[in-house]
Design a binder for this molecule. Structure first.
Ligand SMILES: Cc1cc2nc3c(=O)[nH]c(=O)nc-3n(C[C@H](O)[C@H](O)[C@H](O)COP(=O)(O)OP(=O)(O)OC[C@H]3O[C@@H](n4cnc5c(N)ncnc54)[C@H](O)[C@@H]3O)c2cc1C
Ligand code: FES
Ligand code: FES
Length: 1333
């Protein structure tokens, strides 16, 4: 049978594809076939939004053109017949005109590394196409499916609020309670209205948008015919009528129906499944019908969830409230269900038939008794969704030839109440830990139960109904006995064994009760309104807090910074909030990242083959299956390495594992093929046989087995024995700080191009470390470093993850290029990246602190253990930094810190923003909060009492000079109105039983410098061309932190020329050699100073020509110098003076200076679910005299939000065998738009020039990250309030809360009658689903 032509439009241009392959996604097609690289690949699973595009089509069912956002990574091209695709390139460009959305995100500083930016632009653009004047809430909702790892989101939202009808500045009119003008009174710093000027923005003119292709519009009435597309392995049939569909299903019962592909797409890409026959029913009228019937609203199974949501909203608005109880339940689930991109394409039928045990909709449908119509050729049956509908894991009652035609969601009746609840790790776009639908029907006019249905997801391998428990309640009254009875019933009926998949056993069990309790109270509240008397309990007002659903409050953000001094020349950009110089190109998709480099004609693709065992001998590698994959070229392994197979910072790693693997993810080899898709298949075909060896996974395992890298590190001062003996009180304990995945939006990527001469090779790499990339490749190939050229234009985020670990990819790719003599490319998929490249070190600390009655700390001992993984990498320096920061900001006369690096069979952990500092400081604040509690004193008073003062010596004997921390502290205390808030919170907590608020103020002091002295050097190279333009190169990489922008500002001031004359093209090993990694917050300091030196050389050479022609221009002086044969090229070099610390003598300075900051945060927790809301954060940060306040505030906010992820959200789960479960955005949750504090106020401290760095600035990349600990301790404060209130259970004052403070940990710590019912013993031999590493 011949295949049909696929016809669709991209940015107004018609695309006719004669060989459409059903396995090809729109993203691959755009990037590879159409060379439109603006749309990015961040995850490939619909979880990050980097690939967002707008799809437009004529909707025959609604009779209109519809626009919606979609994830190009999940959309098969075959689903796009007669669809118009708009990508970021299609809406504007720096070459013609930016679209207002692109302009506003770039000018409002909403783009840092820019990798997420095109996706965010397209989400906003789609919203505006549908709603040119959206509300703030609509804007926030539009981003539920987009992630950004750099900005902290505030800047993006603030820029886009200028489109909102309720979001512009009210000018202090008093209409807006969160008005920025209101802050004037509680701050003594100069108020600037904004870091950008909205008046500069182009207006949005909806009439200027590209029109829907007229050719497609003309086709709207043409009857559709069946289409068939044939790919290499898969056939796609687009059925146009129900009959066709049923016939096809009869003919191919195993065929998969694909509508949104949000489930099947994932199974094919990540679960290695192949579905040779796909039938798409999306065009069939019956499957798209929406009918309002006498008993409910019926939706065709292919209806997208977004249209279900819209229809139900309309029904809720128009029907009597009693009829829409179920609809409200569905809407509550849809509110937290994926992002718009998924909801716009995912179908209601797809959700039901996938039969996921954690489906959010199925428990609601089951509890409501929704009616399903199931058809096949010649048969039609109706079933109510009940406990029999899902007979097993991912199974339904449907026979293979049957399809789901529609679902009727019933109206609720008088006396019927319905609620739906879901608890996930993150509120938006996350899969549920437990999700449920609950319904009760009362006998008319009474509180006597007629029917009760409690259906749960996340509690078994399918959606289940707690039948045993609910049946018993028929005829019971809605009162405390019923509550107790149901809880006791649920505890038994919904039991989970301690090794249940998904883990979190006690939490999940507790949630089943918590949800019911919420339902119980909600119903009580509703019954109360009906004034029912008989046998019905009354709602205690303090319980009411359990019933309210999560509400979003309007955001309020303010940024304070110091303006440049009066009289500073207009052209001098230092100190001004200049937008990131590449922001506009990032917003238009023109900015090039490594994988955007067009493919070379003879290019090959590489895919790594990695270990599935944590520790094992390799007994056999069989590549025979891989060789059968089309396009297979070769398999490379240790045998192919011409130079040294040893690599790594300490030469303790292998390029490819030989004989033995030491972690899951250890690179064993790589396949090289013609395309990335073939490479993936070939890699799956490589079969490795192992002989397993004992593995060490956790810190505790390592301690037990004495498995460490190197020897113990130690810093001590004073007399510990004496200190403890003098102390009034001693507290000791343990705390664990979890690791963190970098989740840079751009995964590791390398392109290696062999040059054919003398071993020359050019590498384009997404790395923070050109030098190590060069030297590791040279060492592996056995060639001198001068043959290896490494080039980096920009990288899509690094955060330390690309400081050394990028070399594991680039070295393998270089070998493939060497062996094949052809260019080779590899961009890791997100799951590989997370598996292989390590992250922040988990820490375990054992502390003992001695203190006086007044809270003054006199002695401290902390033993630190980090989980370093299988190799040393940077672990030692990271532990050193943890030890240097174990005091945080407190003077402790007698102190001892030790550190051990646990050698485990996990992938080597590595640098991550803060580099051990945050772990060390969290531990410090942990014991500090216990000191305050034990003394019964306010925590902020005890912290203040222990703070260092100007001139004090730290525990490593470095003198604190220009110590601005006390100023930051006082300003933050005042601007956060700490004391007033404390009393408000106490009152709130008194009045609310199930919601509690907490508050905490936390300082930070962060040492600036690489702790290895020689790394504190940098070089720069300046070429001045005869037209006066300047090409600048320095050793730092642009990774979103705005380094190039700042460096151009520095050069511009130094040379006294406008920034428009200066350009940075890239960072490369042939312009500036031997560069230190772009890390440790020192890149502006080091490279800025090197640039300054180079500029001075140029200026000195120009001096005679300036003297000769004092009124001349820059161009004239440059030209004169050239004509006089004076060199216009200069290098600059800088090394930080007076560094060098000795652990032996505890003397010498490890740091050049310190950055300081203070944050105060307020949170609200839901004691029943463990959910929390970040209500407000105030930050005061000393960044010296800011080189660029917009960039610095961006760094403060971005780091803070990353810290918020570290301390409250992000949790890596490993199996007891050392295999990472959390390998993508669906399971690993970084902060999203909705995670940031509702009120987020950032002040840069005024008048604090730093005489130790370029133009009096300070390093800012890492220091603010730790300030997010204020949220962690505010949560702890709120939990304490919950525990204190709980009279039923006797609570210790001090309690353990490990980081991150996830909903599970919060809920479990809020001990109450529900948690005590769900205590689950863990038998000795039980292998839990996940272990804490
Ligand atoms: C990023 C992301 C976030 C998500 N978040 C959530 C969430 O919060 N909650 C949640 O519950 N789910 C979530 N999901 C899961 C998914 O979106 C839903 O299950 C979705 O509704 C599936 O619909 P689809 O049209 O995309 O299914 P497809 O992938 O197209 O198909 C799924 C399955 O349904 C079958 N099928 C489809 N239609 C019919 C029919 N008419 N008759 C018989 N079989 C049929 C197919 O054969 C296939 O087996 C998420 C998915 C992603 C990618
Ligand atoms: S790449 Fe498509 S959502 Fe992440
Ligand atoms: S700017 Fe958003 S991920 Fe970097």
């Amino acid at each position: 049978m011949t295949a049909d032509e696929l016809v669709f439009f991209v940015n107004g241009k018609k695309v006719v594809e004669k060989n459409a392959d059903p396995e090809t996604t729109l993203l691959v097609y755009l990037r590879r076939k159409l060379q439109l690289s603006g749309t990015k690949l961040g995850c490939g699973e619909g979880g990050c939004g980097a690939c967002t595009v707008m799809l437009s089509k004529y909707d025959r069912f609604q009779n209109k053109i519809v626009h919606f956002s979609a994830n190009a990574c999940l959309a098969p091209i075959c689903s796009l017949h007669h669809v118009a695709v708009t990508t970021v390139e299609g809406i504007g460009s720096t070459k013609s005109r930016l679209h207002p959305v692109q302009e506003r995100i770039s000018k409002s500083h909403g783009s840092q590394c820019g990798f997420c930016t095109p996706g965010i632009v397209m989400s906003m653009y789609t919203l505006l196409r549908n709603q040119p004047e959206p509300t703030i809430e609509e804007i926030e909702n539009a981003f539920q499916g987009n992630l950004c790892r750099c900005t902290g989101y505030r800047a993006i939202l603030q820029g886009f609020r200028t489109f909102a009808r309720d979001g512009g500045c009210c000018g202090g009119s008093g209409d807006n309670p969160n008005c920025c003008m209101n802050q004037k009174k509680d701050s003594n710093v100069t108020l600037l209205p904004s870091l950008f000027n909205p008046e500069e923005f182009m207006p949005l003119d909806p009439t200027q948008e590209p029109i829907f292709p007229p050719e497609l519009l003309r086709l709207k009435d043409v009857p559709r015919k069946q289409l068939r597309f044939e790919g290499e392995r898969v056939t796609w049939i687009q059925a146009s009528t129900l009959k066709e569909l049923l016939d096809l299903k009869a003919q191919y019962p195993e065929a998969k129906l694909v509508v949104g592909n949000t489930e099947i797409g994932i199974e094919m890409k990540f679960k290695n499944k192949l579905f040779p026959m796909i039938v798409c029913p999306a065009w069939i009228p019956e499957l798209n019908a929406v009918e309002h019937g006498p008993e409910g609203i019926s939706f065709g199974a292919s209806c997208p969830l977004s249209s279900v949501e819209k229809t139900l909203h309309e029904a809720v608005d128009n029907l009597p409230a009693y009829k829409t109880e179920v609809f409200k339940g569905v809407l509550e689930q849809l509110r937290w269900f994926a992002g718009m991109q998924v909801k716009s394409v995912a179908s209601i039928g797809g959700n039901i038939i996938t039969a996921s045990p954690i489906s959010d909709l199925n428990p609601v449908f089951m509890a409501s008794g929704a009616k399903l119509t199931i058809v096949s050729t010649g048969t039609k049956r109706m079933v109510r969704m009940d406990h029999t509908f899902f007979p097993g894991y991912r199974k339904t009652l449907l026979a293979p030839e049957e399809i789901l035609l529609s679902i009727e969601i019933p109206y609720s009746r008088e006396g019927e109440y319905f609620s739906a609840f879901k608890q996930a790790s993150r509120r938006e776009d996350d899969i549920a830990k437990v999700t449920c639908g609950m319904r009760v029907l009362f006998q008319p006019e009474t509180a006597q139960v007629k029917e009760l249905a409690l259906c749960y997801g996340g509690m078994a391998d399918r959606t289940i109904s707690a039948l045993k428990t609910t049946r018993k309640q028929t005829a019971s009254f809605w009162n405390k006995e019923l509550l107790q009875d149901v809880c006791a019933g649920l505890v038994e009926e919904l039991y989970l064994s301690p090794d249940a998949p998904g883990g979190m056993v006690e939490f999940r069990r507790t949630l089943t009760l918590s949800f019911f309790f919420k339902f119980y109270l909600t119903v009580l509240q509703k019954l109360g309104k009906g004034n029912l008397e008989n046998n019905c309990a009354k709602l205690d007002p303090t319980d009411a807090s359990a019933t309210s659903l999560f509400q979003k409050d309007p955001p309020a953000n303010v940024q304070f910074f110091q303006e440049v001094p009066e009289g500073q020349s207009e052209e001098d950009m230092v100190g001004r909030p200049l937008p990131h110089l590449a922001a506009a190109m990032q917003a238009s998709g023109e900015a090039m990242y490594c994988d955007d480099i067009p493919r070379y004609e003879n290019e090959l693709s590489l895919r790594l083959v990695t270990s599935t065992k944590a520790h094992a001998k390799i007994t056999c590698i069989d590549i025979s299956e891989a060789q059968k994959v089309p396009g297979f070229v070769c398999f490379i392994s240790a045998e192919d390495v011409p130079g040294s197979n040893k690599t790594g910072i300490f030469n303790d790693e292998t390029v490819f594992a030989k004989d033995e693997v030491t972690c899951v993810g250890h690179i064993i080899g790589a396949v090289v093929t013609d395309t990335p898709e073939h490479a993936q298949r070939a890699a799956q075909g490589v079969k490795i046989t192992y002989e397993e060896l004992p593995a060490i996974i956790t810190i505790e395992d390592a301690i037990k087995n004495n498995s460490f890298h190197g020897s113990e590190l130690k810093i001590g001062k004073g007399d510990l024995m004496k200190g403890f003996s003098e102390a009034d009180n001693i507290v000791s304990g343990e705390v664990h700080v979890g690791g963190q995945e970098h989740f840079y939006l751009e995964t590791h990527c390398t392109i290696a191009v062999p040059k054919g001469e003398q071993g020359e090779m050019e590498l384009f790499v997404s790395t923070q470390n050109t030098m190590k990339t060069q030297s590791f490749v040279a060492n592996m190939l056995g060639v001198p470093a001068n043959r290896i050229l490494v080039r980096v234009k920009r990288i899509g985020g690094g955060f330390g993850g690309k400081e050394t670990r990028s070399t594991v990819v680039s070295t393998a790719v270089a070998l493939a290029a060497h062996k094949t003599g052809r260019p080779v490319r590899c961009m890791l998929d997100r799951d590989e990246d997370m598996l292989i490249t390590g992250g922040r070190h988990p820490f375990l600390a054992k502390y003992k602190v001695g203190f006086m009655k007044d809270g003054k700390v006199v002695a401290l001992k902390v033993e630190h253990y980090s989980n370093a993984g299988n190799t040393l990498d940077l672990s030692q320096s990271i532990m050193e930094r943890a030890l240097f920061h174990m005091d945080n900001c407190y003077k402790i006369p007698n102190i001892l810190g030790t550190g051990r690096l646990c050698k485990t069979n996990l992938p080597s952990n590595t640098a991550f923003r803060g580099f051990g500092g945050p772990q060390g400081m969290l531990i410090a604040e942990y014991w500090m909060s216990e000191v305050a509690l034990t003394c019964g004193l306010p925590a902020e008073e005890v912290r203040r009492k222990n703070l260092y003062k100007e001139g004090d010596l730290t525990h490593f004997n470095q003198k604190l000079e220009a110590f601005t921390l006390s100023r930051c502290w006082d300003e933050c205390l005042a601007s956060s109105q700490y004391h007033a808030r404390r009393s408000e919170i106490d009152k709130f907590n008194e009045e609310n039983c199930w919601k509690k608020r907490g508050l905490c103020i936390i300082p930070t002091k962060f040492g600036i410098s690489f702790s290895i002295p020689f790394l504190n050097q940098a070089g720069a190279l300046i070429h001045v061309y005869t037209d006066g333009s300047v090409l600048l190169a320095h050793g730092g990489m642009e990774m979103g932190q705005g380094l190039h922008t700042k460096m151009i500002q520095v050069a511009s001031r130094a040379l006294k020329i406008p920034i428009s004359k200066i350009y940075i093209s890239e960072t490369s090993t042939n312009t500036v050699p031997n560069t230190s990694p772009t890390a440790a917050s020192v890149s502006s300091d080091l490279n800025g100073q090197a640039i300054y030196e180079a500029c001075q050389t140029i200026l000195k050479r120009l001096e005679p020509f300036k003297k000769k022609n004092p009124t001349g221009t820059w161009e004239e002086w440059v030209s004169a110098a050239y004509l006089d044969a004076v060199s216009l090229s200069a290098t600059g070099f800088y090394k930080t003076p007076n560094l060098g610390y000795s652990f032996e003598t505890n003397s010498g300075n490890p740091f050049h200076y310190f950055s300081y900051g203070v944050a105060c945060s307020e949170v609200e927790i839901d004691c029943l679910t463990g959910d929390h809301k970040n209500l407000r954060t105030n930050i005061v940060m000393d960044v010296g005299s800011s080189l660029n306040p917009a960039i610095d505030i961006g760094q403060v906010e971005g780091a803070f939000v990353q810290g918020l992820g570290l301390f409250t959200l992000e949790e890596l789960h490993y199996s007891p065998e050392g295999s990472l479960h959390t390998r993508g955005p669906s399971t690993y949750k970084i902060p999203a738009f909705g995670s940031i504090p509702i009120e987020f106020r950032v002040s840069l401290l005024r008048d604090c020039p730093n005489k130790k760095a370029i133009y009096a600035s300070k390093g800012v990349g890492e220091p603010p990250l730790f300030l997010a600990a204020s949220i962690f301790f505010a949560i702890k404060d709120a939990i304490r309030a919950a525990r204190t209130k709980n009279a039923d259970c006797k609570m210790e004052k001090l309690f353990r809360l490990d980081s991150p403070a996830t909903p599970e940990k919060i809920r479990n710590a809020c001990v109450d009658r529900f948690t005590t019912l769900c205590v689950t013993g863990v038998p000795e031999n039980c292998k839990p689903w996940s272990v804490r590493v």
